[in-house]
Design a protein around this ligand. Structure first.
Ligand SMILES: [Zn+2]
Ligand SMILES: [Zn+2]
Length: 539
C-alpha cells in the first residue's frame, strides 16, 4: 500500500544512514572502525575484523571516548588505594632504541677523543658534536626509553635554580623508594590507608561572577592568565617534586586538568597517601615555577616590520638594519643575574583537599569527578552561552596570540629574538603550537597525568584486563596471537567495506555480543538459560 507523501513529509523521515550511526552509538559501537584482514595461518581462511578507532574525544567517536574514560576510571581506582608496591618492569629495548644508543656511542667517542686531543678549535668542532649529542638524546627519549645516557652536564645558566626570596623554605627529607602512604589502625584493629583528593587552582586575575566572566574586564589580568595556563604543567611538576621531598616518599598520583568556568586551568589530583591541610598549604606556598625566557616587554617587530629570513646564513635579520637578530641561546645568555624571570607561576591560595577511604562511595564520586570531562576538548567543557562569556574567551585568545608558547615559538620574532631551531616561514601570531589554539585555552599538555608507579600498569594493560574479563565471562578461549597474520584493508582492495557497511557490521556484532554477555551473566547468577553458542569475537 503506497501513499502519496509530500516533499516535507519525505524530508522529515529519518535518513537511513543516520539511523545506522545512531544505532552504532546506542550499542556502544565505534563510528570509525578500522578494517583489518585476519588470516589464519593454519587454515588459510581470511576474516574481516573491525577494530575501534580509539579516539578520546566524544565529538569524534562517542563510544570510543566513553570506553577510554571508563578505562581511565579503572586505572584511577586501581592505583588510588594500592596496598602493595607496584612492580614496574622495564621492557626489552627494540631495534630502533638499540640503533639510537649505538649512534650515541659513536658520537660520544668522537667527542671525547677530540676533547683529549685538545682539538676544540682545530678540525673538530666539539660544539657541533654537542649539538648532535643533544639531538640523539632527544631521539632516545622519543623512541620510548627513559632517563639519559649520561647525567646532563651542569647547565651554563645556573640562575634558574636561584631560590626566590618571597617563597618560604620547605623542610626536605630524603625520598625513600616507597610509593605507599602510611597505614593507620582503627580502634577495632582494622588497618586502613587514607588517601587524598586535592583540587588546585590558579590565582585570581580579577573578580569574576558566577558565569565565569570578569566583573571588570579591563582590570582582569589576561596576560597573567595566559602565562599561567602555558606553564601550568611545569608548575604541577614542581608541586609533585616538592611534595615528594616534603613527605619523604615517592608520592604517586592520578590527575586530570580541566578549565574552570573562568577558563583558567585547574587540576584534580587523586593522591596515594595523605597529609594535613596545614602541610599542604606549606608545600603550596613554597611551590613556584620560574620562566627564564627573554623579555617580551617591547614589541620590536610588528606586522608591518617583520624580520626577514636570510637563507644563506639561516638567520632572521632586522628588516631596517640588516643585522642578525640574537639567537635563542644568545638571548638567554643576555639575561643577567639581576634580571627577573619573565614569569613566575604559582597556584592560587584556594585549594580543596579531602581524605578518601578506599572503596567508599566518596572515592567513587571523586573518580567520576576526575574523569568527567575527559571526552571533551578543554574549551568545550564550558560552552560560551552569553555575549559576556564569548567576549571573555575572545580576550583570553587575544592574550594568547602573541604570547610565546615555547622556545621554538614564532612569536619570539615579534620581540626581536630568533626562536630556537629557527627556520624560514615563521610568522608571529601564527605559531602552530597547540597552546595558541582556541580549543586548548593556553594549556597544551596532556589531560590526564599519571605517575609511573600509580597502578604499575599502562592504559593498554588495563584494556587487556578488560578483554580477559570479557573472554572469561563469555567462556571463550583466548585467541592465540601466533596463529594469525593481520593486514590493513585499503580502499583499493576487493574486500574493502565502505564506512556505512562497516557500521552495519558493528551494530550486528555489538547486538550479538550484548546478548551473549547477558546470557553469560544470567548463567553465572544461577538462572536457567538455554545453552550459549558463542561464535562471535568479543570486541
Ligand atoms: Zn571509535
Ligand atoms: Zn607558539
Amino acid at each position: 500500500m503506497t501513499q502519496h507523501q509530500t516533499r516535507a513529509q519525505r524530508l522529515a523521515a529519518p535518513l537511513a544512514r543516520d539511523v545506522v550511526r545512531e544505532l552504532a552509538v546506542e550499542h556502544g559501537g565505534c563510528l570509525r572502525p578500522v578494517q583489518l584482514r585476519r588470516t589464519d595461518i593454519e587454515t588459510g581462511r581470511a576474516e574481516q575484523v573491525l577494530v575501534p578507532c580509539g579516539h578520546t574525544l566524544a565529538a569524534v567517536c562517542p563510544s570510543c571516548a566513553e570506553r577510554n574514560r571508563t578505562l581511565r576510571a579503572a586505572q584511577c581506582r586501581e592505583g588510588w588505594h594500592l596496598d602493595h608496591e607496584p612492580i614496574v618492569q622495564a621492557d626489552e629495548a627494540d631495534d630502533e632504541q638499540r640503533m639510537w644508543v649505538e649512534m650515541r656511542s659513536d658520537v660520544q667517542r668522537q667527542r671525547d677523543e677530540a676533547d683529549a686531543a685538545g682539538q676544540d678549535t682545530a678540525w673538530q668542532d666539539t660544539a657541533e658534536d654537542d649539538a648532535v649529542i643533544g639531538e640523539l638524546d632527544e631521539q632516545i627519549a622519543r623512541s620510548g626509553m627513559r632517563g639519559n645516557v649520561l647525567p646532563s652536564r651542569p647547565a651554563r645558566r645556573h640562575r634558574s635554580t636561584r631560590r626566590r626570596q618571597d617563597a618560604p623554605d620547605l623542610p626536605r627529607r630524603k625520598v625513600a623508594p616507597t610509593t605507599i602512604g602510611k597505614t593507620y589502625a582503627s580502634a577495632d584493629g582494622k588497618t586502613f590507608r587514607p588517601s587524598l583528593f586535592i583540587t588546585l587552582t590558579c590565582p585570581s586575575y580579577g573578580r569574576v561572577g558566577t558565569d565565569g566572566t570578569p566583573a571588570n574586564p579591563d582590570a582582569y589580568d589576561y596576560m597573567r592568565a595566559a602565562r599561567d595556563a602555558l606553564h601550568f604543567a611545569a608548575l604541577f611538576d614542581r608541586f609533585v617534586q616538592n611534595l615528594r621531598r616534603f613527605l619523604g616518599h615517592d608520592v604517586q598520583y592520578f590527575a586530570a586538568v580541566e578549565p574552570q568556568r573562568r577558563l583558567a586551568p585547574h587540576i584534580h589530583i587523586a593522591m596515594r597517601g595523605t597529609l594535613s591541610r596545614t602541610e599542604l598549604r606549606q608545600v603550596l606556598a613554597a611551590t613556584y615555577h620560574q620562566v627564564w625566557w627573554p623579555p617580551t616587554g617591547t614589541v620590536k617587530h610588528d606586522d608591518g616590520n617583520l624580520p626577514v629570513w636570510h637563507e644563506a646564513s639561516g638567520n632572521y635579520l632586522d628588516p631596517a638594519t640588516g643585522e642578525v637578530l640574537p639567537t635563542w641561546d644568545q638571548a638567554l645568555d643576555a639575561i643577567g643575574d639581576q634580571d627577573e624571570p619573565l614569569h613566575v607561576a604559582r597556584f592560587g591560595q584556594r585549594f580543596d583537599a579531602q581524605g578518601v577511604i578506599a572503596g567508599s562511595e566518596d572515592a567513587n564520586r571523586c573518580i567520576r569527578y576526575l574523569t568527567k570531562y575527559l571526552t571533551k576538548q578543554v574549551a568545550d567543557c564550558h560552552q560560551a552561552g552569553t555575549d559576556a562569556q564569548r567576549a571573555h574567551m575572545e580576550r583570553l585568545a587575544d592574550a594568547l596570540r602573541y604570547e610565546p608558547c615555547s622556545p621554538t615559538c614564532a612569536n619570539w620574532l615579534r620581540y626581536g629574538v630568533q626562536p630556537k631551531n629557527s627556520r624560514a616561514g615563521l610568522r608571529p601570531g601564527q605559531c602552530k603550537g597547540k597552546a595558541h589554539r582556541r580549543e586548548h585555552l593556553g594549556y597544551a599538555g596532556r589531560r590526564v597525568l599519571v605517575s609511573r608507579k600509580w597502578s604499575g600498569k599502562t592504559l593498554a594493560d588495563h584494556r587487556a584486563d578488560r578483554r580477559t574479563w570479557l573472554l572469561e565471562t563469555l567462556g571463550l578461549p583466548a585467541t592465540d596471537p601466533a596463529r594469525y597474520t593481520w593486514e590493513p584493508v585499503t580502499p583499493g582492495d576487493p574486500d574493502h567495506m565502505p564506512n556505512v557497511q562497516r557500521l552495519l557490521h558493528v551494530v550486528a556484532d555489538r547486538q550479538r555480543w550484548h546478548a551473549a554477555l547477558a546470557l553469560a551473566r544470567a548463567r553465572a547468577s544461577g538462572q536457567a538459560t538455554p545453552e550459549l553458542s558463542a561464535t562471535g569475537q568479543a570486541a
